[in-house]
Design a protein around this ligand. Structure first.
Ligand code: T3D
Length: 260
């Protein structure tokens, strides 16, 4: 399928999806969602992939739902768009058994903010802003906003961000624990490549199991979480990468992980 609203690239075990409507700050359209669905299917199908990077073209990461789309005209059921497009995308990123990095190159607003926060590692350019703009147009945070915000930054900041809809700077976002780190604008690409390269050379199966364990954590009590750890650790210990990791340690050499 030829893409018109995203770019899709694969190199060195790393898939990169770039939202590509820079003149509209990469706002989501129905066409973009279809293309994202297709790209995500390709990522899931390619067993050799070890990292997914999500970023935006131009000066913004994503300004959320394109407000000029017919679905936003006010007389249609917007929950249909959520159920068809945003919810599967959020869960798809989270359930992907490889690490997902979001390189936030500029403003991340509305659903654009929450799709960024659905990634496992969020790196932002210093000039980027995180905005829960929904209440400015009479909506509530969606695309997982009401789920992740209180868990990442606590109820007070989740409420402040959602009710006031003010921009949160990348530095603030890092200090609040909303994102992994903030870097100078000029360093964003290089730092994203460095982290993606590190993860692409790592123990991929373990990364997938780490995601599973940590995302289950907030739903579990201690007993269930410990049981889950034991179950997932059993799986991790069966991988070639576990054997390689231990051998490399004992032989005092860097590990050469195959991702299997
Ligand atoms: O089921 C459902 O589908 C509901 C789901 C909803 C999910 C949501 O995401 S709701 C929230 C939607 N997003 C917004 O409300 C954000 C709207 N945009 C803004 O508030 C501002 O653009 C920003 C604060 C993000 C950035 O401001 P600024 O000054 O840096 O840029 P700008 O000049 O406003 O935008 C540049 C262009 O992008 C401009 O186009 P133009 O006039 O040059 O032709 C602007 O209209 C366009 N643009 C920005 N955001 C959107 C957009 N066009 C359509 N939809 C947008 N969301």
């Amino acid at each position: 399928m030829p893409y018109e609203t995203i770019l899709f690239d694969i190199a060195d075990g790393i898939a990169t999806i770039t939202l590509n409507r820079p003149e509209k700050l990469n706002a989501f359209t129905e066409a973009m969602h279809q293309e994202l669905r297709d790209a995500m299917t390709r990522v899931r199908a390619k067993a050799s992939l070890r990292v997914l990077v999500l970023t935006g073209a131009g000066r913004g990461f994503c300004a959320g739902q394109d407000l000029s789309e017919p679905a936003m005209a006010g007389n249609s059921d917007v929950s249909t768009t959520l159920e068809r497009n945003y919810n599967p995308l959020v869960l798809g990123l989270r359930d992907l058994p490889i690490p997902v990095i979001c390189a936030v190159n500029g403003v991340a607003a509305g659903a654009g903010c929450n799709i960024a926060l659905a990634a496992d590692i969020v790196i932002a350019a210093r000039s980027a802003r995180f905005m829960q703009v929904f209440s400015r147009i009479g909506l509530i945070p969606d695309a997982g906003g009401t789920y992740v915000l209180p868990r990442l930054v606590g109820q007070a900041r989740a409420l402040g961000m959602s009710l006031l809809a003010e921009p949160v700077t990348a530095e603030q976002a890092e200090s609040w624990g909303l994102i992994w780190k903030c870097v100078d604008d000029a360093a964003l690409q290089a730092e994203t490549r460095r982290i993606a390269g590190q993860l692409a050379a790592g123990a991929t199966k373990a990364y997938g199991l780490i995601k599973k364990a940590l995302y289950a954590s907030s739903q579990n009590n201690a007993e269930r979480q410990l049981a889950l750890e034991a179950e997932l650790q059993r799986e991790a210990a069966r991988t070639a990468d576990f054997r390689e990791g231990v051998s490399a340690f004992l032989e005092k050499r860097p590990a050469r992980f195959s991702g299997r």
